[in-house]
Design a protein around this ligand. Structure first.
Ligand code: ATP
Ligand code: MG
Length: 245
């Protein structure tokens, strides 16, 4: 369970201090897929980064599995952060390492109790034939699959996704949404996803928080269509979209 209570964070802007996140209180259930939506600058990334303490609120609390993140010492914080995976809009891969080496990286940096094998996650994201390729040789969707595999290999309790599909075209977005949904089904982590793409929320999330100028204006239960396009070809998906229209 993730509890953010009255989380507030100010930054210095052009016209003095402003609240990037303004007194936000919300709870995210275990194994939930939770969306954070809002316009650019609404405070989505800042709010999400409270969870893995990449940002610390000026006031308010962030409680993860009963632990007040602000009160953790250095060692406690490292343990907390080890349980949280993250994927990014720009993938954040190391260009001088192969797919396999990128995925292996977290396991070389820290000791994990029950990691998955690189073999398993490479197969899971469907990149078996690309393991020796470098990021420059991959499409955007393939790069994001590497990012997802790199996060999954540590078997995170929580997966934070900051605009994971915003650099991708529509069909690739659908593929990545499918991979994320399957990952949650298989590994049962809590997923928090920041996006401005409402379709991604619609297809993936159980609930979504709406932010406006740092303030939480609503938390919405999403009624999702159960879509699994994984067995459909590109051609079939094109027909589905164009002939529906
Ligand atoms: N480290 C920082 N220093 C100063 N201002 C910051 C910092 N981080 C974020 N901000 C500002 O806080 C506000 C919220 O930023 P945040 O990145 O959380 O928004 P966002 O909703 O994720 O936007 P986007 O959709 O563009 O990624 C923005 O006005 C941003 O410029
Ligand atoms: Mg952002």
């Amino acid at each position: 369970m993730i509890d953010i209570e009255n989380g507030t964070k100010s930054f210095v802007g052009k016209n003095g201090d402003f609240k990037a996140v303004d007194n936000v209180t919300l709870s995210i259930n275990d194994k939930e897929i939770f969306g954070i939506i809002g316009e650019s600058g609404a405070g989505k990334s800042t709010l999400m980064r409270f969870i893995n303490a990449l940002e610390t609120p000026d006031s308010g609390q962030v409680i993860v599995d009963g632990i007040d993140v602000k009160k953790l010492d250095k060692k406690g914080l490292r343990k907390h952060q080890k349980d949280i995976g993250m994927i990014f809009q720009q993938f954040n891969l190391l260009n001088n390492k192969t797919v396999e080496e990128n995925i292996k990286l977290p396991l070389e940096l820290h000791n994990y109790k029950k990691p998955l094998t690189v073999e398993d996650v490479i197969k899971f994201v469907g990149l078996d034939d690309k393991r020796d390729n470098y990021p420059a040789e991959l499409s955007g969707g393939q790069k994001q699959r590497v990012g997802i595999a790199r996060a999954l290999v540590t078997r995170p309790k929580i997966l934070l996704c900051d605009e994971p599909t915003s650099a991708l075209d529509e069909n690739t977005t659908d593929e990545i949404v499918d991979v994320l949904r399957k990952a949650q089904n298989e590994f049962h982590m809590t997923v928090v996803i920041v996006t401005h793409e409402l379709n991604v929320i619609k297809q993936l999330c159980h609930r979504a928080a709406v932010l406006e100028s740092g303030r939480l204006v609503d938390t919405i239960e999403v009624s999702n269509p159960v879509i699994d396009r994984s067995d459909k070809s590109y051609h079939e998906r094109v027909l589905e979209v164009l002939q529906d229209a």
